[in-house]
Write a protein that binds this ligand. Structure first.
Ligand SMILES: C=C(O[C@@H]1C=C(C(=O)O)C=C[C@H]1O)C(=O)O
Length: 187
């Protein structure tokens, strides 16, 4: 199975933790990537010649209860961040309808431009704390990695970050695929 728009939405209910709650955080250098507070896109671009955002899907959907944070509908965007043709990151962004209305042109007009260009280029989006999660080989995200022809030989790690805009907040989740974990370990 290849990951296409038919896979969207690919999200699954995920248990997120603050890093302090995790005793077996990955060791450096991967730990530094997982907890980095700067734009992931900017970090990734330094490690490739060609950077690509592959949009798996974008739509306004009823979010899973655990992710709704009181919203009836949310705009969900799922992408792969691809370095020199190799998918490194599965990223999922949830934006409440009220926030989408305020910045509709910017969000709906993103296309294959990285969301980070919007979030980090202006100080109107205030980044919050980072949470982490790990995914077993049987998880849906591991199956996504498998469909990208990436063997899941170790648990996968992801991070989630809220960004505040006025009274609303969006949330960005990024999962490091096996190719990313293997490449980062060699840096
Ligand atoms: C938030 C950022 O934007 C990246 C790009 C995304 C997108 O285009 O949908 C989503 C998450 C991030 O990996 C970032 O660069 O840090």
């Amino acid at each position: 199975m290849t990951v296409t728009r038919l896979s969207f939405p690919y999200g699954e209910s995920i248990q997120w933790f603050s890093p302090e709650q995790i005793t077996n955080l990955p060791t450096p250098p991967f730990q530094e990537w997982l907890l980095s507070t700067c734009s992931l896109t900017q970090k990734l671009k330094k490690h490739c010649t060609h950077f690509e955002v592959r949009v798996l899907g974008e739509d306004t959907l009823i979010p899973p209860a655990k992710e709704a944070f009181g919203c009836e509908s949310m705009w969900i965007r799922e992408v792969l961040l691809v370095l020199d043709g190799i998918p490194w990151i599965f990223a999922r962004t949830l934006i409440p309808g009220q926030l989408l209305e305020k910045k509709q042109q910017e969000f709906l007009g993103l296309g294959v431009r990285p969301l980070g260009e919007l979030l980090y280029s202006k100080d109107e989006f205030v980044p919050g704390r980072i949470e982490v999660a790990h995914f077993e080989a049987c998880s849906k995200i591991a199956k996504l990695a498998g469909s990208l022809q990436q063997d899941v030989s170790q648990e996968l790690w992801g991070r989630r970050r809220y960004f505040q805009y006025e009274t609303e907040q969006l949330v960005v989740s990024e999962v490091f695929l096996p190719a990313a974990q293997e490449a980062i370990a060699k840096l």
